[in-house]
Design a binder for this molecule. Structure first.
Ligand code: S3P
Length: 441
């Protein structure tokens, strides 16, 4: 058996799905647990860690900065915190692979250090915009160079940052989180206003590490200079990974399909609202007690097949479903009637231009659609054509079109799928267990 990651998949047309699954740990929360653990005093224990390439890139970067990280088991991690001022310079640039979250949040971690650092990544990450973080960090006194707005990002550490009052131009949890992380070591208060709610894992986890984070409506404030205390972090299963199977079940569940232990933080679950608006049959079974004691609310999610209707997506739900939109578009393509998504221009600067990547895939499937500057208009159809779809090296595009095979009349081949290991190691096995006829090529 070869250990090389698969380069392509062939997914058999049609079929049904069923079963009970637990998808791997949450990517956003795993990144944050490593970083806050590194900045804390003491030993942080992480369980349910996502051992995907993106989070492993964060772990390697922190190790290069002098942090001792142990993994007694694949999903159990111990981070020996060095305190806010305890990181050490790395001789080599820090390579964050495909991980946008890692690069942007590390900019906030590194800006207030007393040494310089250079951040690089793979071809996709080297094309992604970094000024959205660099610019407000400069307002805090940071010295950061980008290459025409993109990586490599060179951070000239500046230990005397000062807090700012800042309104984010886009609803971005990565920008918000980078500024909060820099704000931890800044003089005075950092006060951020979000244009719309974005995922709040950083705020929740900072509180678990003993930091006072004040929130009133869309204004988030923290006072610099407080130290973080190591914590125990239980990472729930990633809602974004569960999303592929939620849609698979809505399209083709033979019996109800259940996903267990899934994080249902309301700043992440816009897809549930969208699928319900389309007529999906979804039941949420909250895990008793988890909402009060744990960092993040957790539930088992049960989905049965139901006919879906096209909808106009409320724009307020877009940031709350941002990573799930690729698979949502597949649901829309299988729904009756038209679906319209606007206000989703952010999809153009993800791991790929996801609006363009989805539009090319829909063309292969024979789905009538219109590519808009900030969205898509999709005319649903009963059955898709088969063919070859280029995932553009984007994990979520690859997985979304694998689900589309459930409604195809001929095989769908998906190319350039190795990056699925960045967020969902084991997707292929999970998909096969659920009932998809997925073969690696
Ligand atoms: C993330 C925030 C989102 C999301 C990304 C993970 C995070 O990005 O798309 O996959 O962990 O903070 P933006 O902040 O750019 O919206």
């Amino acid at each position: 058996m070869s250990l090389a990651p698969p380069r392509a998949w062939r997914v058999a047309p049609g079929g049904t799905v069923s079963g009970t699954f637990t998808v791997p740990g949450d990517k956003s929360i795993s990144h944050r647990a490593l970083m806050l653990g590194a900045l804390a005093e003491g030993e942080t224990h992480i369980s349910g860690f996502l051992a995907g390439e993106d989070c492993l890139a964060t772990a390697r970067a922190l190790e290069a900065l002098g942090v001792r990280i142990e993994r007694p088991a694949a999903t159990d991690v111990r981070v020996h915190g060095r305190g806010r001022r305890g990181l050490a310079p790395s001789a080599a640039p820090l390579d964050l692979g495909n991980a946008g979250t890692a690069m942007r949040l590390m900019m906030g971690v590194l800006a207030p250090q007393d040494f310089d650092a250079t951040l690089i990544g793979d071809a996709s990450l080297m094309r992604r915009p970094m000024e959205r973080v660099a610019e407000p960090l400069r307002r805090m006194g940071a010295h950061i160079d980008t290459q025409a707005g993109r990586p490599p990002v060179v951070i000239h550490g500046t230990p005397q940052l000062h807090g700012i009052t800042y309104t984010l131009p886009v609803a971005s949890a990565q920008v918000k989180s980078a500024l909060l992380l820099a704000g931890l070591s800044a003089r005075g208060a950092t006060q951020l206003t979000e244009p719309a709610p974005s995922r709040d894992h950083t705020e929740r986890m900072l509180r678990a590490f003993g930091i006072r984070v004040h929130q009133e409506a869309r204004v988030i404030t923290l006072e610099g200079g407080e130290d973080l205390r190591a914590a125990k972090v239980g990472v729930p299963a990633d809602f974004s990974s569960a999303a592929f199977f939620l849609v698979a079940a809505a399209l083709a569940a033979e019996r109800p399909l259940t996903l267990t232990n899934v994080g249902i933080n309301p700043t992440r679950t816009g897809l549930l609202e969208l699928l319900k608006l389309m007529g999906a049959d979804i039941r949420i079974h909250p895990r008793p007690g988890t909402t009060r004691r744990d960092l993040e609310p957790i539930a088992d999610i049960e989905v049965s097949r139901a006919p879906l209707q096209g909808i106009t997506v409320p724009e307020a739900l877009v940031p709350l479903a941002i990573d799930e939109l690729p698979v949502f578009f597949v649901a829309a393509a299988a729904a009756q009637g038209e679906t319209l998504v606007r206000g989703a221009g952010e999809l153009r600067v993800k791991e790929s231009d996801r609006l363009a990547a989805v539009a090319s895939g829909l063309a292969v499937l024979g789905v009538e659609h219109e590519l808009l500057p900030d969205g898509l208009r999709i005319q649903g159809r009963r059955e898709f054509c088969g063919g070859v779809i280029d995932s553009m090296g984007d994990h979520r595009i690859a997985m979304a079109f694998a689900i589309a095979a459930l409604r195809a009349r001929a095989p769908i081949e998906i190319t350039d799928v190795a990056n699925v290991a960045t967020s969902f190691p084991g997707f292929e096995d999970c998909a096969r267990q659920a009932g998809l006829g997925l073969a690696t090529l």
